[in-house]
Design a binder for this molecule. Structure first.
Ligand code: BGC
Length: 932
């Protein structure tokens, strides 16, 4: 941590580097890319004008300054000459086909209507230009999955028409995909463009970075973190996805390349780990060394081409089929070279820990139930630059090795069958066969009863503050022993959205959310979305990060760690203690709407990336909340759809990334998922949160729910109010309620304590978890008024510039004045300002009458009201609040008789019926009242 100052330019440069490193070049025939200086270039596709910096929903709502798109960046660079007539043609068409932002949360269409191309326009453009660039875009996001339809996972007919026209007319065509994740790619074989490049959603620097890559200022060096299959139906989860109630994870551990390499290599168009760059490399394996608990591979990479570049080397293990059955390949190590000049070489050492290729026996078939095990037999290790071409570099026999004895947890209760390899075929693959999934034999409720924590003696208020624990004067347990039942019930309630107790516009506040809790010196921790940067719904500008998939494709842990050092400083500067990210669910199915936030179909890469982000932020005292624990693999009915999944698939895939983030990344904040897993909603899943997370992994941090998530008693439906079940599971915080003190959500904590459904000791345990984490958060320093050198430096450094603040309207206000709501722009990201002159000075209120235009109960529709530069309030309605509601805010006394009012809508979907300024007391009355 040499340089602590928040340097915006260095931040941007690092992000720009990361996007190039994450960009995946799938095809580059005859050096189509990069475009040489001065290339005359015709650019097609409407996404040249609307770059997608991220997807939508909580993982995309970062308010940022101007984000240059790819066309703008190319123009700015001066590196190529953009064809003016083609550009003008698009501009004219866009006048009548403006960007459709949709109405509200998750309502933006994933695809925007594409301009059909007139063959004559293309022909004439061909005559004027050397090459063509086609830019296609997609967004995606929360609450809505992609679909296997045109304009979603599949290209729309209009996009195909563009590709067809351009590819048949131009000899040199590059296609750029500005998408959150992978799309159907079968069209590459139909139109055969010279180059195909995924630039993903690269955050605020993404357009600039894409231009860098297209012009060859930087080489792309990303590798696919997902397998691209020929058809969507080829994905192993295809038939086990999309249910309203329950998805059976019948493909078990055979997700992504684990499936394709074992059963169906022919179905793959682009293998996992694949990606080209602008040069060639030779990869020469060196010695492989078998250690006590890891295998070490040495490999020399040489740049044999004529441009600088970086290469990613991957090691895959093929474990013996044994009794459990194994995937033909499992990623167990990877590394990336530094930038190698032509002729330059570098030797990498890649370490594959045994744990990275061991299996979890959930049935006991090996004689070691609930163990991580290496079955006896031949282990082959393959090294290369993608899963398919990696060649065998080591074949070795290992005896049976039990790595870790655990205990059964989270096994399913509903019977179903899972996939496993059957007979081997002549071509080295396996015939698919099925087996019954082992079912639960240990009831987690019984387990809980046997392992209840001991109650801490209740002392009442002894005058100890949390700071006294920090100073070593009392123990954490003594401190928590002071809290009454009422206070314990309050401490498990987080407040939000946009709590006035923390940084304006953020998602949640927790800890000292009531006067009583605050009086013990418990600070209020602040958390803010999310994976793509700090979301502040009041419009505060923050840095918009490249999306998760893009960063993971870089396979560059060091680079990601460095980028997240900047995020760490920005969080600290904005007084946010934990970012609500990274999102680390697996890409189980390409149609999941939130894949853009997540990293990969592979758990090792996912866990290492998450750990790198946390390690980047931790030196600044802040952290990230790894989410959504676990199996948030579908957005459709995300609140209720149950994941029915074997314990083995959980351990080897769905929990693995979280385990690495905890053990290697030192995670101390976890968010549970909305959905139930094997009978228990995650927030009340005792085995998930207590047996596995805390018991087996040694986790010491907090667990919070997703926003307004449900909990349940076994066999009962999930309910938001069931905080008793939540606390029993050891999910410490319900996020979020409006008012913790008043129990505005009417949760059943107090009732649970009275009836004995949950014990006081369990509440105390959660209170300890919350306080333990607050002890290490900057929130405690803030409360104690301690300004560290780091805080001082960050406060002095410049923040991110504010963007324009919208249209300004002048208002002469009488005692009661209706502002003209027709001029107020209620679209996402828009500000409207009023310059108000009062005819009479005094105390005023502003009453907004507003409603949602419809949407799900989980939609968040915030509007922030500022008076001058001060945030008065952020009012957040949910999508289901469709009845008119009037909210009245007290304005600050305006002694000068004039002030600015600003309304900022962070999301579209709110309707405003009236906005009334009203005097409640004249200055004269005020003075009179004061005199009396
Ligand atoms: C999302 C979370 C997010 C939370 C707070 C939820 O809808 O699922 O990922 O952190 O909202 O905005």
């Amino acid at each position: 941590m040499e340089q602590t100052i928040f340097d915006r330019k260095a931040y941007a440069a690092k992000a720009r580097e990361a996007v190039a490193e994450g960009s995946v070049l799938l095809r580059n025939e005859a050096h189509t890319l990069p475009f040489a200086p001065g290339t005359r270039l015709a650019v097609f596709g409407r996404s040249q004008f609307n770059y997608y910096k991220s997807g939508t929903g909580s993982g995309g709502l970062v308010n940022t300054g101007h984000v240059p798109g790819i066309l703008e960046a190319l123009e700015q660079s001066g590196g190529v000459q953009i064809d003016a007539p083609v550009k003008a043609c698009y501009e004219a068409w866009l006048q009548d086909h403006p960007f459709d932002a949709g109405e509200g949360w998750a309502a933006e269409p994933w695809y925007q209507e594409e301009m059909p191309l007139d063959p004559q326009l293309v022909q004439e453009a061909r005559e004027r230009n050397d090459a063509a660039l086609v830019i296609l875009g997609r967004t995606a996001g929360e609450d809505k999955d992609n679909s296997a339809e045109e304009g979603s996972y599949l290209l729309a007919a209009a996009e195909r028409q563009v590709l067809e026209q351009v590819c048949k007319t131009f000899p040199r065509v590059a296609v750029v995909l500005n998408t959150g994740g992978i799309l159907d790619m079968s069209w590459v074989e139909d139109y055969r463009p010279g180059a195909v490049l995924y630039v993903w959603q690269g955050g605020q620097e993404g357009g600039l970075s894409a231009a860098d890559v297209l012009l060859g200022y930087r080489a792309p060096s990303g590798k696919l973190t997902d397998t691209i299959a020929r058809r969507i139906e080829d994905y192993p989860a295809f038939g086990n996805y999309g249910s309203e109630t329950r998805n059976f994870y019948g493909e078990d551990i055979y997700v992504g390349y684990r499936y394709f390499e074992t059963f169906a290599p022919d179905k793959v168009l682009y293998p996992f780990g694949f990606g080209l760059t602008y040069t060639d490399f030779s990869v020469t394996p060196g010695a492989a060394e078998m250690g006590k608990d890891a295998v070490r591979f040495s490999v020399t990479v040489e740049n044999t081409g004529d441009a600088p570049g970086k290469e990613v080397v991957q090691v895959y293990c093929e474990a013996p089929q044994g009794k459990l059955g194994k995937p033909a390949r499992t990623l167990c190590a990877f590394g990336k070279t530094s930038l190698l000049a032509p002729g330059e070489r570098e030797t990498l050492t890649l370490t594959a820990a045994f744990g990275a290729f061991s299996s979890y026996d959930d049935s006991g078939v090996t004689g070691h139930k609930s163990c991580w095990i290496l079955e006896a037999g031949t282990y082959r290790f393959y090294l290369g630059t993608d899963v398919r071409s990696a060649a065998c570099v080591l074949e070795t026999s290992l005896p049976e090795l039990v790595l870790e004895q655990l205990e059964e947890a989270m096994a399913p209760v509903v019977p179903f069958e899972r996939l496993r390899p059957g007979e081997a075929t002549a071509s080295g693959t396996y015939l698919p066969c099925k087996e019954e999934v082992p079912l639960r034999t240990v009831n987690p409720q019984e387990r809980r009863k046997e392992r209840l924590p001991e109650e801490l003696p209740y002392t009442g208020d002894k005058g100890w503050k949390l700071g006294d624990v920090a100073d070593g004067k009392v123990t954490l347990e003594e401190f928590v022993g002071q809290l009454s039942d009422e206070e314990l019930c309050c401490i498990v309630r987080g407040e939000g959205m946009c709590s006035p107790k923390v940084t304006p516009g953020t998602a949640g506040a927790f800890g000292g959310v009531t006067d009583a809790l605050l009086s013990y010196g418990i600070p209020v921790g602040c958390c803010a979305d999310g994976p793509s940067g700090i979301r502040m719904d009041c419009g505060t500008i923050a840095f918009s990060m490249p999306n998760g998939t893009c960063l993971a494709c870089s396979f560059n842990l060091e680079l990601v760690r460095e980028l997240y050092e900047f995020e760490g400083k920005e969080l600290r500067k904005n007084k946010v203690d934990t970012l609500l990210g990274p999102g680390i669910n697996l890409h189980r199915h390409p149609l999941n709407g939130r894949n853009f936030e997540y990293f990969s179909e592979d758990p090792l890469l996912t866990g290492k990336m998450a750990a790198a982000q946390l390690q980047g932020m931790h030196p600044y005292g802040v952290t990230g909340t790894i989410k959504h624990f676990a199996c948030n693999n579908q957005e459709f009915r995300r609140n209720d759809v149950e994941a029915v999944v074997s314990e083995r698939a959980l351990r080897e895939l769905y929990l693995k990334g979280f385990e690495l983030a905890v053990k290697e990344g030192g995670a101390y904040s976890v968010m549970t998922s909305y959905n139930p897993v094997n009978g228990f909603w995650s927030a009340s899943n005792y085995d998930l949160l207590t047996t596995v997370l805390r018991g087996q992994w040694g986790y010491q941090g907090i667990v919070m729910t997703d926003w307004w998530a449900k909990s349940n008693d076994e066999g009962k439906p999930g309910e938001r109010t069931n905080t008793s079940a939540m606390v029993r599971g050891q999910n410490d915080l319900f996020m979020v309620v409006e008012n913790a003190q008043q129990n505005s959500m009417q949760d059943n904590s107090a009732e649970g304590l009275r009836s004995g459904a949950v014990s006081r000791a369990e509440f105390q345990r959660s209170a300890c978890n919350i306080c333990r984490v607050l002890l290490r958060m900057p929130a405690l320093l803030r409360l104690r008024g301690i300004e560290t050198e780091l805080d001082r430096q960050l406060a002095e450094s410049a923040g991110l510039e504010e963007d324009g603040l919208g249209e300004m309207y002048y208002v002469q206000a009488g005692n009661r004045t209706e502002l003209d709501v027709s001029v107020i722009n209620t679209e996402k990201g828009r500000n409207t300002q009023f310059s108000v002159s009062l005819q009479e000075r005094g105390l005023y209120t502003l009453s907004l009458t507003l409603r949602s235009s419809g949407g799900s109960p989980l939609s968040q529709l915030p509007v922030s009201v500022f008076q001058d530069r001060k945030l008065l309030d952020t009012i957040t309605l949910t999508g289901e609040e469709t009845q008119w509601k009037t909210v009245t805010l007290n304005l600050e006394p305006a002694f000068s008789g004039s002030f600015y009012l600003r309304l900022f809508f962070a999301q579209s979907g709110l309707e405003l019926r009236s906005c009334v300024l009203e005097m409640t007391q004249s200055l004269e009355e005020q003075i009179r009242a004061h005199m009396q």
